[in-house]
Design a protein around this ligand. Structure first.
Ligand code: ZN
Length: 70
């Protein structure tokens, strides 16, 4: 699995508010856009990775979420 701590997300974390999703056997449905232009989805439990059916790129589904103050 890819080390998320070397990702650009690290800079976002240092900037302030953020959260991490922990997939604790919960179902999830995610709309996904790949850099190749394919639009797909991930639907299931423990959904940690996604592979684009078009270009075969594998993605770690990083649990980092942006917190938007309102
Ligand atoms: Zn793709």
């Amino acid at each position: 699995m890819t080390d998320t701590f070397d990702s650009p997300i690290t800079k976002k974390i240092e900037e302030g508010s953020h959260g991490w999703i922990q997939w604790k056997a919960s179902d999830v449905f995610i709309d996904i856009w790949c850099t190749c232009g394919h639009q797909g989805s991930a639907d299931g439990k423990f959904q940690y990775e996604w592979k684009c059916p078009e270009c075969k790129t594998k993605y770690l589904l990083n649990g980092h979420i942006e917190l938007v103050a309102k």
